[in-house]
Design a protein around this ligand. Sequence first.
Ligand code: ASP
Length: 318
Amino acid sequence: MSARQLRRPLALAIHGGAGVIERQLLGAATERAILADLDRALDAGHAVLATGGSALDAVEAAVARLEDSPYFNAGHGAVFTADGRHELDASIMDGHGRRAGAVAGVSTVRNPVRLARRVLEDSPHVFLIGGGAEQFADTQPGIERVPNEWFGTDARREQLRQAQQREQNAWQASQDLRGKYFGTVGAVALDAHGHVAAATSTGGMTNKRWGRVGDSPLIGAGTWADARCAISCTGWGEFYIRNAAAHDIAARVAYRGDRLQTATEDVILGEVPAHGGDGGAIALDREGHVAMAFSTSGMYRGWIRPDGTRGTAIHHDP
Ligand code: ASP
């Protein structure tokens, strides 16, 4: 049945990460290229919704498109670990039925969000890590594999070089963590059946070590969806984990009756910074309300509202 026949509102929102995004450093040509890639991700997700596809398929399509862009810290373009490799994390959640799949520390899966989806569909588990997740990927014919070097770009290698240089000064290194993680990607969608879903994918933080995993693949921290709303977060993952940020936004809507935008702002501009973290989130409810908030200077983002209006933005522009 097509979306038109069901006559339900459709909506989609995406992010490409929050952080310190200086206009001057970005440059006009790069900014245009980033906005174009956000637009392509919106198109990929919306094409699914407009033909009656599920919110789950839409967020997977939008996030996979962002993973393929070199501008975002997920898939191709992921940040480097301290030992010059890439370890990728992703999760996906279907609000209708509360199904979820997640992977962490994968190193050869081109689109980690697609592997997270396979975990949701084809395994009895929710969360697979490292070598085990790679073994599971071996059993999934549709999962494209690439050598680990494929994820790297010159810009990310330069970020690692700078981070390691600054690391020699311990105080500066601790300051460096703030705002140095932007580029994680995520999507939230509402389909013609009134179901919502969320997905998030990341390379984590530049110079990470010891198998560090952030909030992005953790259900309830970086990603959440239930019958009412769907949320994808980006930011300093340790603080999003400690605050169960994505679930906290949904809980405020469910238990206190908060408006989605109020709940999103209270967590992202209130709770997370109050504990020392920063970042952003996108959220969407089953009425099609889109909520966004970020405590950093920018968050790459895009949206298509139920009335068909769409946009992309980076900074706090109106
Ligand atoms: N939240 C991600 C992490 O901590 C990073 C990001 O959002 O850019 O791994």
